[in-house]
Ligand binder design. Structure first.
Ligand SMILES: Nc1ncnc2c1ncn2[C@@H]1O[C@H](COP(=O)(O)OP(=O)(O)OP(=O)(O)O)[C@@H](O)[C@H]1O
Ligand SMILES: [Mg+2]
Length: 486
């Protein structure tokens, strides 16, 4: 036996790695990961679709020196098994090259550190001609001709990654400019979600600003955390001595969200589709909207979203892929997560049917009663014992009997079909809204006006158990204390 060296044939290997399956947005994110790892606080993306079209990604990170930039351009510049610094988002030593060349034929990296400007280029056509791994080194004049180098020069240090000859991006597009516009929208949405914790400047993270063609990207918070309830305490799973943090959220009931919020969370359809785990690796969102086959994406759990934070030193356990767009939890984590989702799904179900539950609460006097009838169906009926109605009956039997006739008409003509359609389509039904507490107090005073003074406190006690007043007990007590009701 004797060993021989058999390096890969450059043109074929470069061409094959283009097909790893990067989408434009995943490719861009891989470049931004590098900027974040280099400590950048600002990343500017430029999409330039006309003339000599290009895509450029400029950051103000720490830049690279001569040796670093050359190593950075090498395929497999770092070993995936090596330990990485805690905030490094990289792993394979491939992203810069594979992500870039999945979109274009020419990748140029320009970097600045301590007033030294350097640039290297992989040009697929050049490599094909030489049949070797020939990296191009640009001289200063060539560098200064490149787009956005001027901006780079204004930074103390930084890097600009330039994609030219955008064959993959242009493939199949008749009107590239228009098509790119649509693609940019997708990229914007992706980045605003994937980096939302960096963009919003979460405590303990270096805040970063990302712009596309000079327009700032705003963070998308998939948990609507300002409004959601954190349904259960955080759970810490300890795996191989490392901590995985699990924070379960339940989104507010859809009737409590504004249309902008619903849109931000993926629209009505998106709400259901995007339930599940949101797995972050070093605070960067990796995978989301999946229960990892531990549970079905049901209607009832659609408000449940669970944030899972994994550190980068558990990468091998989570079987990270090169694009970092999939990660599967290991068995030991899966068992723990399963118990979290079961508990959370139960709570989500309750938020979803919250109003229903209240409607069924026996200790409350309802406006509507719901009975099971003898033939197994249900009957909805306006409560004949509702206090206001009883009062009217006591005062004027003639008006009361006409009122009863009207109520029967109302009961028999509930627009059931359209209600059903609206509810299943998650339409907002405006009847079902919270009454302003001031309005409640006014209503209460009106009722008390017609009640004998000696019966006031009994009346108030009863109304506190009656819809809709039962939902405003605190406000009523406050009004009593302030003497507004007497
Ligand atoms: N914007 C940048 N600023 C400073 N250094 C960079 C930048 N981009 C890349 N580098 C350097 O180049 C190296 C190679 O980057 P590349 O993306 O190919 O691999 P990686 O980030 O190490 O791993 P992965 O394949 O998982 O992305 C990085 O480890 C980093 O040292
Ligand atoms: Mg990388």
């Amino acid at each position: 036996m004797k060993p021989i060296e058999l390096p890969p044939y450059a043109p074929t290997l470069i061409e094959s790695t283009r097909a790893i399956g990067y989408s434009l947005e995943a490719a861009v994110a891989d470049i931004i990961d590098n900027s974040i790892a280099a400590g950048a606080s600002k990343v500017d993306l430029f999409f330039f679709p006309v003339d000599k079209e290009y895509v450029a990604i400029l950051d103000n990170g720490r830049g690279m020196d001569d040796e670093e930039i050359t190593t950075a351009m090498q395929y497999g510049s770092k070993n995936p098994m090596d330990e990485r610094s805690k905030d490094d988002l990289g792993r394979f030593g491939l992203g810069l090259k594979t992500a870039s060349l999945s979109q274009c034929r020419s990748l140029t990296v320009v970097t600045k550190r301590e007033d030294v400007l350097l640039a290297r280029r992989w040009d697929i056509d050049y490599v094909a001609n030489t049949g070797k791994w020939t990296l191009l080194i640009l001289d200063e004049d060539e560098i200064l001709q490149l787009p956005h180098v001027e901006e780079l020069l204004k930074y103390d240090s930084g890097t600009v990654v330039i994609w030219q000859n955008l064959d993959r991006l242009k493939a199949g597009e008749i009107n590239f400019e228009q098509a790119l516009g649509r693609k940019i929208d997708v990229v914007r949405e992706h980045l605003s979600l994937v980096y939302h914790r960096y963009l919003s400047g979460e405590v303990g993270l270096k805040k970063i600003e990302i712009q596309i063609n000079n327009v700032k990207i705003e963070p998308t918070d998939p948990f609507l955390s300002s409004k959601s309830v954190q349904a259960m305490d955080d759970e810490i799973l300890v795996v191989r001595g490392k901590h995985i943090e699990v924070r379960p959220y339940i989104l507010p009931h859809i009737s409590k969200m504004t249309s902008d919020e619903i849109k931000m969370l993926g629209g009505k359809e998106g709400l259901r589709k995007h339930q599940g785990f949101y797995v972050y690796r070093n605070k960067r969102l990796l995978v989301w909207g999946t229960w990892f086959r531990m549970m079905r994406q049901g209607e009832m759990s659609k408000l449940a979203r669970i944030r899972v934070d994994i550190p980068n030193d558990l990468d091998d356990l989570w079987t990270l892929d090169i694009k970092k767009s999939s990660a599967i939890p290991p068995a030991e984590v899966r068992n723990n997560l399963k118990s979290v989702i079961e508990r959370l799904a139960e709570k989500s179900k309750r938020t979803w049917t919250y109003r229903g539950k209240r409607e069924m609460d026996d200790s409350v006097v309802h406006v509507w009663n719901r009975y099971r009838t003898r033939n197994g169906g249900f009957m909805y009926e306006i409560n004949r014992d509702y206090p206001l109605l009883v009062e009217i009956q006591n005062e004027n039997t003639e008006i009361a009997s006409r009122l009863l006739l009207l109520m029967k008409q109302i009961e028999e003509n509930i627009p059931l079909n359209s209600l059903y359609l609206d509810l299943t389509n998650d339409e907002k039904i405006e009847n079902d809204k919270d009454i302003d507490s001031a309005e409640i107090i006014i209503m209460l005073r009106e009722i008390l006006k017609t009640t004998e003074a000696s019966l006031h406190s009994d009346m108030i006690d009863m109304l506190k158990k009656t819809e809709p007043f039962c939902n405003y007990v605190e406000e009523i007590d406050k009004a009593l204390k302030e003497g507004i009701l007497s």
